[in-house]
Design a protein around this ligand. Structure first.
Ligand code: NIG
Ligand code: FE
Length: 407
């Protein structure tokens, strides 16, 4: 009996999402009728449910509800100004995402709006979007820069991202995405912009300790593999983690390149060739699938799920919340989309927003309910964890804890 714990939750069913239980043919790592002890923000122990507990430990009776790891949205761009509803209208009239970008719209139009926005207005709108995720049980959010592209606005975006933590109980993981689009002032010399990203901005990001990862957009409308490689070399020099938007619209072999640099994740990957999957499986790289962008852009090319499963590449799912390709502030909806659009199982969807999402962010202490892990957890009034993926906008957690503190 853990009489020194800060509190415990008794009579609870737990989907631990532990990696080791997979082999035992239970992808959820279920512990039924348990009692979980929390101390100093960490999960201390999981034991069978108690008939009677010592009064020294504060006890919550879960009455058979389910405790799941807090959800992790491992790929968002939720700091930005304005919206792109007009471009949505153009796309519905027949213009493509790439065409709009080539004509100076797309990412560039959000860059224009974001550069003009104050810290306060960026923070307020970002808090609103993050709150939508949080109310669904999200306890960790990765947020990318990439709508500033100049020193000042990129640093402002990253600061805004981090400062969300002072307003909502949520962990934020900021990522520097300088190589998102070539800004207008470098239009005639994209290589000079890459030099600027590596030589001017990244050193300041490092100096301010304001991001843990670096991301790129490897695509014909963005950066070539050679340019991305330069960014990866610099990121590695500064010991920053590497992530990459690759194979979203075409197959430039960006995923293989990122895997060579031991990237934490390769994201989108609809156009990843099944033959390239073994190369990705060799590194610890997670495949982050973004069905919100697939849905919103009415993409038809499916990511190579069969090959990814065959080669045991960990699969994660994320909202990609952004104004252009995925204005979707709902990770539960994304889980449903992962199942319906990509054919994932509800168990894959749940590990995609817990254990594997944690791996995609390099967070070894999150995404599982197991002793020693951070006590980021939500209580759900459900019969089985597959209900998280099952419907759209039907359920919310009844309670949530972040590092052992109730939200
Ligand atoms: O992940 N692919 C590049 N970046 C974003 C879209 C950004 C935008 O269109 O504003 C994405 O889909
Ligand atoms: Fe993205």
């Amino acid at each position: 009996m853990n009489q020194h714990a800060d509190f415990c939750i008794n009579n609870v069913n737990i989907a631990t999402m532990r990696s080791t239980t997979q082999a035992e043919n239970d992808p959820y790592g279920i512990r039924e009728n348990a009692c979980i002890f929390i101390k100093n923000g960490l999960i201390e122990a999981i034991e069978p449910a108690k008939g009677r507990l010592r009064s020294t430990v504060e006890t919550f009776d879960a009455k058979g509800k389910w405790l799941l790891p807090g959800l992790i949205d491992c790929h968002t761009h939720l700091v930005f100004a304005g919206n792109r509803a007009l471009e949505f209208e153009l796309r519905q009239e027949g213009m493509s995402y790439a065409q709009i970008a080539q004509q100076g719209g797309g990412i560039q139009s959000t860059v224009n709006a974001t550069r003009l926005a104050s810290y306060e207005s960026l923070l307020n709108s970002a808090i609103g979007r993050a709150a939508r995720l949080v109310e669904e049980g999200v306890t960790t959010i990765e947020i990318k820069s990439g709508y500033g592209l100049d020193v000042e606005t990129e640093l402002r975006m990253l600061q805004v991202a981090k400062d969300i933590e002072s307003h909502l109980m949520v962990n934020i993981q900021p990522t520097y995405l300088g190589a998102h689009s070539v800004p207008n002032e470098f239009r005639d010399d994209p290589d000079a912009y890459v030099d600027f990203v590596c030589g001017r901005v990244m050193p300041q990001v490092v100096e301010q300790g304001i991001a843990t990862s670096v991301d790129v957009f490897c695509e014909s409308i963005a950066f070539s593999p050679i340019q991305c490689e330069k960014v990866f070399h610099t990121a590695r020099h500064y010991s920053l983690n590497i992530k990459a938007h690759v194979e979203q619209l075409s197959d430039l072999k960006g995923a293989c390149l990122a895997a060579k640099f031991n990237a934490l994740s390769v994201d989108h990957i609809e156009y990843l060739s099944p033959e390239d999957v073994p190369a990705i499986a060799k590194s610890n790289t997670v495949a982050v699938l973004l069905p919100g962008a697939f849905y919103h852009l009415r993409e038809t090319q499916l990511p190579p799920l069969t090959a990814l499963r065959q080669h045991h590449v960990p699969l994660a799912l994320a909202s990609d919340l952004n104004p252009g390709s995925s204005p979707v502030a709902s990770l539960l909806t994304i889980m449903n989309m992962g199942c319906i659009l990509f054919g994932m199982t509800p168990a894959e969807a749940l590990s995609g927003v817990t254990r594997n999402a944690a791996q995609a962010l390099g967070l070894a202490q999150k995404g599982q309910i197991s002793s020693g892990f951070d006590a980021d957890m939500c209580l759900w009034d459900i019969q089985h964890p597959n209900e998280l993926s099952y419907g759209i906008n039907q359920i919310r957690p009844t309670r949530a804890w972040v590092s052992g503190r109730e939200r």
